[in-house]
Design a protein around this ligand. Structure first.
Ligand SMILES: NC(=O)C1=CN([C@@H]2O[C@H](COP(=O)(O)OP(=O)(O)OC[C@H]3O[C@@H](n4cnc5c(N)ncnc54)[C@H](O)[C@@H]3O)[C@@H](O)[C@H]2O)[C@@H](O)CC1
Ligand SMILES: [K+]
Length: 494
């Protein structure tokens, strides 16, 4: 299980472990693990180590001491930019400082000129960062980022909030790392919002702490194991009725493409029969995908099939009426796009959704989530896990908060961050495809929680597959996703 621990949880584990080990052990282990990572990354002899005022700086000093130590086989030329604070360092940091001072590393207190660093080690701030980087510290981070050299961040890229993945701001800065080695356990902020861009490749160094000894984490990373019980090869003796019906409700005038993309997402991930129930019908058949059956939303009865409601639906009276009817019915629902905006405008509809017994998945992007919560999208992005959990609990639904590191949350407070996907998904229609895949898995009998986890995973992995084949991220189109999602899904089911 890929657990994600927030700062409070990490501090509590640290407290327990530190009490059971000789003083300084955890920092020494952090230094050793980070030194191995640094050696793998070295792209030249000259190493710049940035050591800040706290224990993150202590970790950096351990790295400097080892890289420039008497016993090393490395011919590294280590420079330590040491920036002590006003208060005395912790005993373990003082010990690391003494070791580094005794090594061949040379100490400076301003950034040397030159840009030919084979590696920069970021030990300015870790999980103790309490306020935005300002003044000289801010200028230093901006200069380091502009050098464009390989950067190994210790624990967390300095300036990034390990809980939320937000650069601590307003208008903050953070170190742009090539790789982050994070200590004790993985952290949510490295995987969502701005975290994925700043952390680079994430490596966990457990520092000898057995994962089995850790208390359960508040969040985790998505992985197929979380929805594997629904993944099975199909039986020979099956028919289209075995895999459920999906009806995509949407498609107001001028927005006919959105429900078609959702319908293709549903079809290519295995739903038995797929309908588009259009608000303003434009065509009797989709010639590019004639398997999709076209209906008029006002006359359509979905029976007990799954409804994906919202893509291109608009905010007309008809749209509102169709949404009302869907909420009154007992069909499993996926609510997306305009359905979410209509919901945001109506406390009555929100109450009806919260009271329903049938499963519901909501797939808001940050602005739609913000409208539903009555806050700004900045507030949502500032703590994506909290926003997704709050929405899920208010509306009694599984919520997929889209964006880099999509967050899936449910009404009991569970939260999962999805690691698949890339910037190619930031394109019109990709959300419609995701909603369709969610509906497809619901229709095939998956529980809502697992359907959301599986759909988000497959959708992101489809985009990753397309990028690996050269079809993106620039110019990746939503229409390419369903076929790639089918390949990913079949590979998982095998
Ligand atoms: N949690 C653990 O068990 C372990 C922690 N270790 C390291 O210790 C780190 C946490 O150490 P600390 O709690 O000392 O915290 P940090 O080293 O992250 O930083 C805290 C220091 O920075 C100052 N500070 C905070 N925000 C500032 C700002 N905006 N501008 C200037 N100064 C600012 C604080 O006053 C304090 O002196 C971890 O991230 C990790 O790198 C490791 O030694 C291994 C074990
Ligand atoms: K750091």
């Amino acid at each position: 299980m890929k657990s994600l621990y927030n700062v409070a949880e990490i501090r509590s584990i640290e407290h327990t472990m530190a009490a059971a080990l000789p003083a300084g052990t955890l920092m020494q282990r952090a230094g050793e693990a980070a030194t191995s990572a640094a050696r793998e990354m070295l792209a030249g002899r000259k190493v710049l180590v940035l050591a800040g005022p706290g224990n993150n700086g202590g970790d950096a000093l351990e790295v400097a001491a080892t890289l420039a130590g008497a016993n090393t086989d490395l011919d590294a030329d280590v420079t330590v930019l040491h920036l002590p604070g006003a208060v005395a360092p912790s005993p373990e940091t003082a010990q690391a400082l003494a070791r580094a001072r005794a090594s061949k590393a040379h100490f400076v207190d301003t950034l040397p000129l030159g840009r030919d660093w084979g590696l920069i080690v970021d030990g300015l701030f870790g999980i103790g960062l309490a306020r935005p980087l300002a003044g000289d510290m801010r200028a230093l981070v901006e200069t380091i980022n502009a050098l464009g050299r390989p950067v190994l961040a210790l624990d967390v890229p300095s300036g990034l909030d390990a809980d939320t993945g937000a650069v601590i701001g307003p208008d903050g800065v953070a170190i742009h790392a090539t790789r982050t080695i994070t200590f004790i356990a993985d952290k949510p902020g490295l995987h969502t919002y701005e975290g994925r861009d700043y952390a680079g490749q994430v490596q966990v160094a457990p520092l000898g702490i057995d994962p089995g000894q850790r208390p359960p984490a508040g969040a985790r990373l998505n992985e197929p194991a979380l929805f594997a019980r629904h993944l099975a090869p199909r039986r020979h003796n099956s028919h289209k009725g075995s895999f459920g019906d999906v009806a995509v409700v949407g498609g107001a005038k001028g927005m006919a493409g959105a429900p078609l993309l959702a319908a293709r997402g549903a079809l290519f991930c295995g739903a038995g029969r797929v309908f588009v129930a259009a608000i303003d019908p434009v065509a009797a058949v989709d010639f590019a995908q004639p398997e999709i059956m076209m209906r008029d939303a006002q006359e359509f009865d979905s029976g007990d099939g799954t409804l994906v409601i919202g893509p291109g639906m608009g905010d007309s009276v008809t749209a509102m009426r169709v949404l009302f009817k869907a909420l009154e019915g007992t069909a499993p629902l996926v609510l997306d796009a305009d359905a979410l905006n209509l919901l945001a405008a109506s406390p009555d509809l929100q109450g009806r959704l919260a009271q329903r017994a049938a499963p519901a998945i909501l797939t808001p992007h940050p602005l739609e989530a913000a409208r539903l919560l009555g806050v700004t999208s900045g507030v949502v992005q500032g703590d994506r896990l909290a926003a997704a959990r709050e929405l899920a609990s208010r509306l009694n639904a599984v919520v997929v908060l889209k964006g880099s590191g999509s967050v899936i949350a449910n009404a009991t407070g569970a939260a999962v961050i999805n690691p698949t996907g890339n910037a190619g998904l930031a394109t019109a229609g990709s959300g419609d495809v995701l909603a369709g895949i969610c509906g497809s898995l619901l229709a095939q009998g998956w529980q809502a929680w697992e359907a959301a986890l599986g759909a988000v995973w497959v959708h992101g992995a489809a985009a990753d597959r397309l990028v690996a084949q050269g079809s993106g991220p620039i110019g990746l189109t939503a229409g390419e996703l369903p076929v790639a999602a089918r390949a990913v899904f079949n590979a998982l089911a095998r």
